[in-house]
Structure formats: C-alpha cells, structure tokens
Design a protein. Structure first.
Length: 459
C-alpha cells in the first residue's frame, strides 16, 4: 500500500490502550499506509485525500491487535492427548511423539495455529519452537513461511534442548541437539531471518527450552549469543512445583536465582508461565525488567497453578498473554485468554477486583507488545504506531445488551472479528482469513496429525 493511501474507520467505540487508557464511545481511526495517522472522537477530519476505503463500524469496538507472547505451533497436530496429566507426566507422554515431527508436519501445524489465532484477533504472533529432530528439514523456515502467508507480524523464538534422558532430562536422546549444534543453528536463524526495523514482520529470539531440558552451558551461552546478536531471550520459568524441586536438587537454588546466576534476567528477557514465584522472585523480575508470558488456560489444563499476575503488575513487571501450545490449550485462541486471565486471577476470597476487564485487555495488547520489546511500535492505537488493529462486532445477540464494550469483549462470549489489519493490510474479513484457505489448512493439519500418529505407533 502506498504511504499516501488512507483507510478511514468511523462510528465505532475505541479502546486505545494508550498510557491513559483513552476510550471513545463514538470515534474514528485513520490509517495511512502501514501507520495509524489519527485516532479521535466523532467523525474523521474532513478533506482527507487518497482515501481508498471507508468503513462504517457501527456496533463495533476497535482495539489494538492482540499480541501472543508464548506458543508452540507444532503441538497443533497432537491436540487432545494426555488430557489428565501434570506437566512432567504430560511431557514424558508426548515427547516420543513430538520427536517424530518433520518439516511438512511443522508447516501444517504452524498454519493451523496461526489461522486460529489470526481469525480470533491476533495480529502479532510468537512461536517457541524447540524440537529439532535430526534430519527433519528446515523447521524454522517452514514456521516463518506459514506466518508470512497468514499475514501476521511474527517472532520466532528459536528454541533448543541438549539435556536428554541420559543426562537427567525429559526428552528422548534422539530429540535433542548438541550444545554446539544448537548454538550454531540458532545463530544462523537469527542472521537469516531477524529484522530489527521499526515495521519488521519477522523477528527472532534465542530460546533454550527450560531449566530441565537444557544444560547450564547452553543457557549461559544462549544468553551471550542473544546479546551479541542484539535479539531477545525467551524460556520457560517457574511453571510447576516439580520444576522448583528439580532446580533445588540440581542447582541448589530456585528457578529465579538460577536464571539470574546464568545471566537470564533483564529487560531483553521474557519467560513463560512464572506460576510459582515468591515475593523475592517478583522483586527480582521487577528490578531487572524481566517479562512474563501469562498462559492461564494452559496453567489450568496442566494443573500448574495460578500465577500471581496482580502482584506482578503491581510490582511493575511487564506481563503479556500467551496461548501456549495447543496440546495444553486445545482452543488455540488468544482472545479467550482475556476472559480466562480475569476469571482465574479472581479465584479466592476477596479477589473480586484482582484483575479488571481493562487490565485484561491491556495484558493482551500493550502488555504483550512490551514483553516482545515492541511497545514503541504496536500494542496501542496512537498516531505514528503501526496499523495493527481489530474491529470486534459487538452488535450480535451475544453482546448487544452489554453497554460497556470492553466488558462485552472480555467477559462476554468470543466476539466475531469483522476485520483485522496488520501493517495496514487486512488479513481477516467477517471471521475468515483472506490470504489462507482455512478449509485446506484443516484438511492438511488432520492429515499430518494422522501421519504423525502412525509414525509414533511404530515405536
């Protein structure tokens, strides 16, 4: 789209999620090329030139696009398995199957994961991929290709594992990389695919999997690699009581202290889950600016516990939302996490205001942008920011009688997405993807899931 071309959206409610939580009951948004040019009350300014489209958004709420901060796309083809397991038992049950994935499977799974998120309002996605079986093909390239085709902004957290069963870890021996191989492949991925520009569509993070699946050497060297290359760092942290016990037994300290000892706390780091954190852990994250990807549905599915999100926010810790892998959150949708984050964090006596609807929306938008290091570019509707936004239809039976549009979006049923824009380009219209054939993706993911199941059954 040429820079001068404009799209005008009018007659809508707007939640900007800016620093002041500015909202308009009846307002407009003007897009110019891939940027937001204007946001305000009432009709758009008169005299605009090069307007190629006007959208009457009556009955809609416009918000920043949702930002997903933690996912495992490949798990799309192993949904519905090990449904009554805790994390460690779940991993042991599924690692042998995951170790059989290959490039066609990963591409199909990424298509499925991205399609489900995009049609539900995600405009910036993230995938933490850490299973690279030998001879499986270009898995990182396949994931990035799927994201490009879907049209979402994307961060690939290039994961790795080098602690297998023989070293006291959980993955099968043939499912891990060597220390040297993992570092070399990660560096190559960054050099080939990372874009550091303001309007980047693809970025790469360095992401050793977890304390119980990588060596201390890989964790420390991975952090050094990320900082040498100028990219962000991501891993799992403090997810379960079993992880806490593992760290104390193996390293003589809890997960947060272990991460700090290896250089893994800082403004360029974010961690998934962070369920089992004490006051000193939260203080360490706040002091260092370390971010958190909160995954309420997955935490509940695996009985991991309830993250202390209100306490994290009160301390100033950056917090975003994550779908997590769809083998532990079969819906694969981020907009349901807005509601689940609010409800789960209110569990318990006298917690009726532990998290508000607007805080939940902020977690899913600006909070996620901050966690991914892109708060200057996306996450709120402000002039100069990138044109990533969603039009939610609140005129339906499910929402029309709720006067507060933000409450309708967060507490009501999943709202239909009438339009979703990324970088000024529309990727969803009336709940359907514009650039990917959803029916073909459904067939492909089913076929690859069945092929993986057959391979796994041969072992």
């Amino acid at each position: 789209m040429a820079a001068a071309q404009r799209i005008v959206i009018e007659n809508c409610s707007i939640a900007t999620v800016d620093a002041d939580d500015t909202e308009y009951a009846d307002g407009h948004v003007v897009l110019a090329g891939n940027r937001i040019e204007a946001v305000g009350a009432g009709r758009a300014p008169g005299g605009l030139t090069d307007v190629v489209r006007r959208i009457d958004a009556t009955g809609h709420l416009v918000t920043p696009g949702l930002v997903n901060t933690h996912h495992h796309f490949y798990q799309w083809i192993t949904r519905g398995l090990a449904t009554d397991h805790n994390l460690f038992d779940w991993l042991v049950a599924l690692y042998p199957t995951w170790a059989r994935i290959d490039e066609p499977m990963v591409y199909a799974a990424a298509q499925g994961s991205l399609a489900m998120m995009a049609r539900g309002g995600v405009t910036c996605a993230m995938d933490h991929h850490y299973v690279y079986p030998r001879g499986s093909g270009d898995l990182s390239g396949a994931i990035i290709r799927a994201a490009h085709e879907t049209g979402v902004r994307f961060t690939l957290a290039r994961g790795s594992m080098d602690r297998s069963r023989k070293d006291g870890g959980l993955p099968p021996d043939f499912a891990v990389e060597t220390l040297e191989g993992a570092l070399a492949a990660t560096e190559e991925t960054v050099r080939r695919h990372h874009d550091a520009s303001f309007d980047a569509m693809t970025q790469i993070a360095v992401a050793p999997c977890s304390p119980f699946s990588v060596s201390t050497e890989l964790l420390r060297a991975g952090g050094e690699l990320a900082r040498r290359l100028g990219v962000r760092l991501h891993t799992h942290g403090s997810e379960t009581v079993e992880e806490e016990k593992f760290c104390h037994e193996l390293f003589g300290m809890g997960p947060t202290d272990y991460f700090e000892s290896t250089g893994w706390l800082g403004e360029d780091v974010w961690m998934a889950h962070c369920v089992h954190m004490n006051d000193s852990d939260i203080a360490a994250f706040a002091r260092t600016g370390t971010g958190v990807a909160h995954c309420p549905s997955s935490n509940a599915r695996l009985a991991a516990g309830i993250a202390r999100v209100p306490d994290l926010l009160a301390a100033g810790v950056p917090v975003g939302l994550g779908v997590d892998g769809t083998a532990s959150n079969e819906s694969g949708e981020l907009h349901t996490e807005l509601r689940n984050a609010l409800l789960i964090n209110r569990l318990g006596a006298y917690r009726e205001a532990a998290l508000t609807a607007r805080q939940a929306l902020r977690l899913g938008t600006f909070g996620g942008a901050r966690v991914l290091g892109r708060a200057a570019e996306i996450g709120s509707l402000e002039p100069g920011k990138l044109a990533d936004l969603v039009l939610w239809n609140l005129g339906t039976l499910a929402h029309a009688s709720i006067a507060d549009p933000v409450a309708a979006l967060v507490l009501g049923a999943a709202a239909p997405v009438t339009a979703s824009f990324v970088n000024g380009r529309q990727i969803v219209a009336d709940g359907r993807l514009l650039h990917v054939d959803e029916d073909a993706v459904a067939r492909s993911t089913r076929a690859e899931a069945q092929r993986l199941a057959r391979l796994a059954a041969q072992d």
